[in-house]
Design a protein around this ligand. Structure first.
Ligand code: ZN
Length: 277
């Protein structure tokens, strides 16, 4: 369904059936009636006995208004519904619906975390014409924070570099990733992360694609690169093991809904044939 973002709800949106993205902390309210999680679609939240603390307009999804809603921690899910951890809905929702759920979550978190001006402590007010909060005392404007992170498939001949992170509880391997630091280009960030975590240099950095990652406010920006020089060595802190893998001998890798997996699938598609030659 096509989503069109907007900040201000149209005057006549009151009586229309709307999509409600209701969050209790990081849990999203979903219908569970038919075994498949769905977003509530009603005229008003009172129809399902939900009392909102705050409500923010997101835009229209397939012509219908959609709202991000914050509820109190005491709120119980109505019959036939459940509060589900947002992350657990990855792969269960379509990419579009998950992205919109993530957007709703980021808007609510930002609203919650910017109630006061970070510079002078005065309570902020919502700006009418854009998604921003402004301080009525000193004029500081705050926008929803987005933290870019790079994620890179490094190729050496027909092998892909995969790492086991100290954060992974399972035996999973994935491509290298890290946050962009202040003052860095994406390319700087990629070279630094790979140097720090794997002790190698890369070349031919190419843009691949991106994915919003609302845990809590990242934007994963994917790239491919080629190995240039250096001896592979994990940093031992964030990365506990690093190996080059050919397409036919991949270890346990991330699920299909992640850009990490899209990068790995891209590698398999493009390097499988070369392996056979
Ligand atoms: Zn201020």
């Amino acid at each position: 369904m096509n989503f069109v973002p907007a900040v201000k709800a149209p005057e006549n949106s009151g009586g229309l059936a709307s999509w409600w993205f209701v969050f209790k902390r990081d849990e999203l309210l979903v219908l569970t009636n038919n075994g498949k999680a769905e977003i509530p679609f009603n005229k008003d939240l009172s129809d399902i006995n939900i009392k909102p603390l705050k409500k923010q307009y997101l835009g229209t999804m397939g012509e219908s208004p959609s709202f991000a809603v914050e509820v109190s921690l005491e709120t119980e899910a109505p019959r036939g519904m459940a509060f589900r951890n947002l992350r657990s809905l990855l792969g269960e929702f379509s990419d579009e619906l998950f992205a919109l759920s993530g957007r709703a979550f980021q808007v609510i978190s930002w609203d919650l975390n910017h109630q006061y001006c970070g510079r002078c402590g005065t309570p902020t007010v919502a700006k009418q014409e854009e998604r921003a909060k402004v301080c009525p005392n000193c004029g500081l404007v705050s926008y929803p924070r987005i933290s870019p992170a790079i994620i890179v498939a490094v190729i050496n001949r027909n092998k892909l570099l995969l790492a086991k992170s100290s954060r992974f509880k399972s035996d999973m391997y994935s491509v290298l990733a890290g946050f962009v630091e202040a003052g860095e280009t994406f390319e700087d960030s990629i070279r630094r992360e790979i140097r720090e975590e794997a002790n190698i240099e890369v070349r031919n950095i190419r843009y691949f694609g991106s994915q919003p990652w609302p845990f809590p406010d990242s934007l994963m920006v994917g790239f491919t690169a080629e190995y240039d020089s250096g001896d592979l060595r994990p940093d031992g802190v964030e990365i506990v093991d690093l190996q080059w893998f050919s397409p036919s001998e991949l270890p346990h890798i991330p699920g299909r809904w992640s850009i990490a997996r899209r990068l790995i699938d891209w590698f398999v598609e493009n390097y499988n044939e070369r392996e056979k030659v």
